[in-house]
Design a protein around this ligand. Structure first.
Ligand code: DLZ
Length: 155
């Protein structure tokens, strides 16, 4: 499932604590994303704590609150385009907000928010049986690799 250039975790993350903050909309896709993130943490030996929020719009505030308490945060959500501009506002708020949390906190924030035109696009990327990608796993791996890359440069 890995793309060329996708991060691979080769080091031990046994001492790391990561918060998974996960939206609740689009249950089946979210279940796949959460499972992928938890699986990646377990493979690396990291401790992952799951915190649920209602929608992707709530991800940045949750990430901001959690970042000081963890080595990294992984944000998971699914936004599916509807018939109004709402999609664009939620995607923009989640993306900008999570990026701001990462920069302001100096803690890696794994970006596992799927922005899809259709539900099928989400299912294809959710790490479920029949999916072609595993974005929850990818987001966790990216966060852990970044923590380790920055370990020699403490805040
Ligand atoms: C309201 C809404 C809609 C229409 N669609 C989604 C979606 O596809 N994915 C998602 O994560 N959240 C959605 N939400 C909820 C908003 O993110 C947010 O929870 C509400 O606007 C309340 O703040």
């Amino acid at each position: 499932m890995a793309h060329s250039g996708a991060p691979e975790l080769t080091v031990d993350a046994a001492d790391l604590r990561v918060a998974i903050v996960a939206a609740s909309w689009h249950t089946q896709i979210m279940d796949g994303l959460v499972d992928g993130a938890q699986r990646a943490a377990a493979e690396a030996g990291a401790e992952a704590t799951l915190i649920r929020v209602p929608g992707s719009f709530e991800l940045p505030v949750a990430a901001a609150r959690l970042a000081p308490h963890f080595d990294a945060v992984v944000a998971l959500g699914v936004v599916i385009r509807g018939g109004t501009p709402h999609f664009d506002y939620v995607c923009q708020a989640a993306t900008d907000g999570l990026n701001r949390v990462a920069i302001d906190s100096g803690k890696p924030v794994g970006f596992g928010v799927l922005t899809c035109d259709t539900e099928q696009q989400g299912l294809d990327r959710a790490g479920l049986e029949g999916s072609v990608e595993d974005k929850g796993h990818e987001a966790m791996t990216a966060a852990l690799v970044t923590v380790q890359a920055l370990a020699p440069y403490p805040q």
